[in-house]
Design a protein around this ligand. Structure first.
Ligand code: APR
Length: 308
């Protein structure tokens, strides 16, 4: 039997997630949106690219949530995207309503599924999906760290003039300007990055990483990033479907790890068939630790806006 993945939201991120999944033949896809015709049209268009691209995965677009039944993963991209000048937090109230409705539908029609959240503000929306679905915490997690780390690795590779595959790094914390790129754990083929770049340059790259999403919003003007976000989400989908046990930075529910309780925050975790199978608690220097806690405080304030 083929794997089935549901993608909620057929906008820029959702449709690109769907495209990557079928082109990699990871699963059949059902693409859901509230706008009539758009998911159907995009789904059919993508299906018709199969004979040319050479994939045989099936994709269908729909407005009917009941069609997500039988999905092993639901990737949620529904919601409003950031406009220039808007912070991710500005989106909290609007997207919380949308995500609550989506989570109710997932609970009703795909109670066995895993939820991978992409909608911003990411950490808060993941918490919302967790609360409203009532699913186990290992089955609800968010895509952010993989994207933020990809941006950080890209900037380092550009600066160093080396292949991006040789940069190992991890960005933790919330998916906002307060995220925490871990310079102590950044290496280039095992060489600590501080042996290759001076501190001022590293801090410049850290800052550019923190503002990486905003940089794209500023350029696009009418929307936010989707190529790298969709690639990051699909890496997580693949890790689950193939039970890869990938060690990735993801937004996971913390229950005391890093001194943080009851919030979704970006941390290193092992991702496999059971979703978040293990959270890795790294020793952090005091600056990084403080920044991670500060980042979680911002997330908690936003959670309060929704749940009181
Ligand atoms: N159910 C299903 N789809 C919905 C719902 C809903 N309740 N509400 C809105 N949508 C759909 C919209 O109709 C739209 O097609 O979600 C889609 C969002 O698409 P875009 O506006 O193109 O936004 P996109 O760039 O894809 O970003 C989606 O991902 O990265 C994050 O910050 C980004 O929160 C944003 C999300």
């Amino acid at each position: 039997m083929h794997n089935k993945v549901a993608v909620i939201g057929s906008g820029f991120v959702g449709s690109t997630v769907a495209q990557r999944i079928v082109e990699k033949e990871l699963a059949d896809v059902v693409l859901v949106d509230i706008v009539e015709g758009v998911p159907q049209g995009k789904g059919l268009d993508m299906l018709q690219s199969g004979p040319v691209e050479g994939f045989s995965s099936y994709i269908k677009g729909t407005n009917d949530f009941s069609e997500i039944a039988g999905s092993s993963i639901v990737v949620v991209t529904a919601g409003l995207a950031r406009k220039p000048g808007m912070t991710r937090e500005d989106l909290v109230q609007t997207n919380a309503k949308i995500i609550s409705g989506v989570a109710e539908n997932i609970k009703q029609y795909a109670p066995e599924a895993m939820i991978i959240m992409v909608t911003n503000p990411l950490d808060v929306m993941t918490y919302t999906a967790f609360k409203i679905s009532g699913f186990a915490a290992n089955k609800v997690f968010g895509m952010a760290g993989v994207l933020d780390t990809a941006r950080y690795r890209t900037f380092l590779a550009l600066e160093l003039g080396v292949c991006v595959n040789d940069i190992q790094a991890m960005v933790l914390g919330g998916h906002g300007d307060e995220m925490v790129p871990l310079v102590d754990y950044t290496t280039v083929s095992g060489i600590p990055v501080r042996n290759l770049l001076d501190e001022a340059k590293i801090q410049e790259i850290v800052l550019r990483t923190r503002k990486g999403g905003g940089e794209i919003v500023g350029l696009l003007k009418t929307g936010s990033a989707y190529y790298a976000p969709s690639a990051a989400a699909v890496q997580m989908v693949e890790a689950v479907l193939k039970d890869q046990k990938r060690l990735l930075p993801v937004a996971a529910l913390l229950t005391g790890q890093y001194g943080i309780h009851d919030a979704y925050v970006g941390v290193p975790a092992v991702i496999g068939a059971n979703g978040v199978e293990r959270i890795i608690e790294l020793p952090l220097n005091s600056d990084d630790k403080n920044q991670l806690v500060a980042s979680s405080e911002i997330i908690k304030e936003n959670i309060k806006l929704i749940f009181g």
